[in-house]
Write a protein that binds this ligand. Structure first.
Ligand SMILES: Cc1cc2nc3c(=O)[nH]c(=O)nc-3n(C[C@H](O)[C@H](O)[C@H](O)COP(=O)(O)OP(=O)(O)OC[C@H]3O[C@@H](n4cnc5c(N)ncnc54)[C@H](O)[C@@H]3O)c2cc1C
Length: 257
């Protein structure tokens, strides 16, 4: 049986500004662990999601990522960033590699987000952009200074809500500790807050064995996929092939990433 590689091609991973839709349900500023993790959840909950990032995740400064659960011997941070980016793509996010220059109140939506000379409309903005938020000047949003430095960070509640309706925050810029898995978790948690507000029916994001819900006399809820034994095995084989492709080396021992 063939198990096609579901990794998106380089061309598919990042869209051009001209291909960005004029409006999205959720616009995430920042594509590090916090923003990427959030995007996986919002896109899987069928919220049209755009991640705008300028390609400068702090993870670029890490020499070897050793404290991210699931990588017992650590992982090359560059490979990990590629895996994060690909995961947002396979989950259905659009991703634009440009800096956001301004966020202002929109006319027919809550926010108008400026990227170069293009305005993108959205009702929900999730800020994960370490270490810049000067593009929020038009909003009376509560900020503070980070605990161990002098960066201005956003104040938010435990669910990622800032003091401006529709404006959420996660990751380092929301005063989280400086570890990738903490920031990814914060992104996922804030995404859940957004989903509970916008798509409350998507309270589970699960893949379960065929017949699981029937065995409880329940219909399969939105956000849950039941798969057959054959499909389960096919996905397992595909995931093994994809994971191997990230760590493949050529015959001279060079990484193919
Ligand atoms: C030297 C060093 C070593 C580290 N080593 C480790 C380690 O071993 N293990 C560990 O767990 N953590 C480590 N960290 C910390 C880890 O890198 C961060 O905790 C993590 O990357 C933060 O995730 P984040 O998503 O909040 O922010 P980031 O990963 O910094 O992502 C921020 C995103 O915002 C984007 N952005 C910023 N401004 C704009 C704008 N105007 N428009 C659009 N996008 C914008 C950036 O491009 C980026 O995509 C290290 C950090 C440093 C500095």
């Amino acid at each position: 049986m063939e198990y096609p590689d579901p990794r998106p091609t380089a061309e598919e991973q990042t869209i051009e500004l001209s291909d960005a839709q004029p409006g999205y349900d959720v616009l995430i500023i920042g594509g590090g662990p916090a923003g990427s993790s959030a995007g996986v959840f919002t896109a899987r909950a069928e919220l049209e999601t755009l991640i705008v990032e300028d390609g400068r995740s702090t993870l670029r400064k890490c020499a070897h990522l050793e404290n991210y659960l699931g990588f017992p011997a650590g992982v090359n941070p560059s490979v990990f960033r590629t895996m994060m980016r690909d995961h947002t793509a396979t989950s259905g996010c659009d991703r634009l590699q440009k800096p956001v220059t301004a966020v202002s109140p929109g006319d027919d939506t809550r926010f108008a987000v400026e990227v170069e000379d293009t305005t993108i409309r959205t009702d929900i903005v999730l800020i994960t952009s370490w270490s810049r938020i000067e593009y929020l000047e038009g909003f009376d949003v509560e900020t503070t200074v980070e605990d161990h430095g002098d960066i201005e960070v956003l104040c938010s509640d435990d669910a990622g809500r800032t003091t401006v309706t529709g404006l959420y925050a996660a990751g380092r810029i929301a005063r989280e500790p400086h570890q990738a898995i903490v920031n990814a978790g914060a992104g996922a948690r804030t995404a859940r807050t957004i989903i509970e507000a916008e798509r409350p029916e998507f309270y589970n994001d699960w893949v379960v064995p065929e017949g699981y819900y029937e065995s409880w006399n329940r219909t399969v809820p939105p956000g849950v996929e039941e798969i057959s034994h054959e499909e389960r095995k096919a996905r397992e084989r595909r995931s093994e092939a994809v994971m191997q492709s990230y760590f493949a080396r050529d015959e001279d021992g060079r990484s193919e990433e």
